[in-house]
Ligand binder design. Structure first.
Ligand code: GLA
Length: 411
């Protein structure tokens, strides 16, 4: 069953991180996820959201012990809708927690070079803050990730005007984007992987985007220590689509106390998209060589950061040598030995150095540069730059996008 949170609740969650003008006011009558997550069920397949699509969830006894998953209640929205949580675990000790509110990664634990587990993504400690989530921690961003200039684009004979939720710009699908929706969810596993499939049908005109969009986001954790995110969408009218995941990474596992400036980042990108002061691409694609944007051979995130006004918040053009899934980024954190490698089918990757994190409670208390994002995507504002790869989806076509995160340690 797909449901949309009532607009009254959504209005209470106005964004306060990275552009939204309003502060999120407190939300009444939500339960604490720590308290409400105690009724863990494994392979139950009887939850409300599986009414329409029978679950492929096997009972615990049928599962191979090295790929485990379980289902529990994360909490409830203000009007009583249940938020489901799925916990996935592989034999490498990686544990991923997902919720169907925003099809969101709420925590991701991997072991360091000494075998010690640590959470390497930012998260909130209360449901109230997950519901507001002004910095988009871990969520699925849509219908259009990143910015659209003044929220305006043309398609065929029509001009569409979207929510301006970042100054005069449209950001991450708008105030009530896909990160604020309850998705249906089901889990299934085999010997080597476990998958949670989230589905959401966005009606025609939703967030003022044209076309009814049937959307799937699938998270698969496997025994090669990879987390794959696969997206699909179809429409009944021409529309635009650009989906991504907005996880904030800090590979130390100690984001509360450590920044990410010593993380070593390599980007498989010879070009980047320069932006205006409102972070809209100018339309140029510039060479990174001999600029602070050059991560082609790898360097500490902090090395040239001071030379980039406002910090890194740019889309890089992936230098693709192969079709399909291609390497895009590699990050190494020397103290923990953790390595994150990202490959994707997308043409771009937004590198954001956590510039708007400000230590406030609704930012999870995390300070500036205490995490970075690597958001695989089509280029920002593509509908207004015809020379960028197209983000138009037409009836009869299928939007597909895949990104793989591979975790390892280097001793
Ligand atoms: C994106 C944007 C940033 C900021 C964050 C959210 O990554 O590029 O400018 O808006 O999201 O805070």
């Amino acid at each position: 069953m797909t449901r949309t949170l009532p607009s009254i609740l959504i209005l209470l969650m106005l964004c306060g991180c990275g552009g939204g003008d309003a502060q999120a006011p407190p939300i009444a009558s939500v339960e604490n996820p720590a308290e409400s997550g105690t009724e863990a069920a494994v392979g139950s397949g009887d939850s409300e959201q599986t009414e329409q699509q029978p679950s492929a969830q096997p009972p615990m006894a049928d599962q191979e012990q090295h790929m485990k998953w379980e289902h529990s209640e994360f909490g409830k929205t203000a009007d009583g809708d249940v938020i489901e949580q799925y916990t996935l675990e592989n034999s490498a000790g990686t544990v991923v927690k997902l919720i169907n509110y925003g099809a969101t990664i709420v925590s991701l634990e991997t072991v360091d070079k000494d075998g010690k587990p640590g959470n390497i993504v930012l998260g909130h400690s209360s449901l109230e803050h997950w519901l507001a989530n002004p910095c988009y921690f871990g969520c699925t961003v849509g219908r259009y990730a990143n910015r659209i200039s003044e929220g305006v684009f043309g398609l065929g004979d029509n001009i569409y005007t979207l929510d301006r939720n970042d100054g005069d710009q449209h950001l991450h699908g708008g105030t009530t984007g896909f990160h604020k929706r309850l998705w249906s969810a089901e889990a299934a596993s085999d010997d080597t992987s476990v998958t949670v499939t989230f589905r959401y049908t966005s009606p025609d005109g939703d967030d003022r985007y044209p076309g009814k969009l049937d959307t799937i986001v699938q998270y698969t954790l496997n025994d090669e220590n990879e987390l794959k995110i696969h997206y699909e969408a179809t429409t009944d009218k021409p529309t635009i689509v650009n989906l991504t995941n907005h996880s904030y990474w800090n590979l130390t596992g100690k984001a509360a106390s450590e920044d990410v400036l010593k993380h070593e980042l390599r980007l498989q990108c010879n070009q980047y998209l320069p932006v205006t002061e409102t972070l809209i691409p100018t339309g140029d694609m510039l060479a990174v060589a001999e600029t602070p944007m050059d991560f082609t051979i790898g360097k500490a995130i902090g090395k040239d950061l001071a030379e980039v006004e406002g910090g890194y918040d740019h889309c890089f053009v992936i230098a693709r040598e192969i079709e399909g899934l291609a390497p895009a980024a590699r990050v190494y954190e020397p103290t923990s030995g953790r390595v994150l490698e990202i490959s994707t089918t997308e043409p771009g990757i937004q590198f954001y150095s956590g510039n708007f994190l400000n230590g406030q409670e609704d930012n999870g208390g995390f300070g500036k540069h205490h995490a970075f994002c690597l958001e695989t995507q089509h280029f920002p504002d593509s509908p207004n730059h015809p020379h960028f790869p197209s983000t138009v989806l037409k009836p009869g076509e299928r939007y597909e996008s895949t990104t793989v995160h591979r975790f390892s340690v280097f001793k």
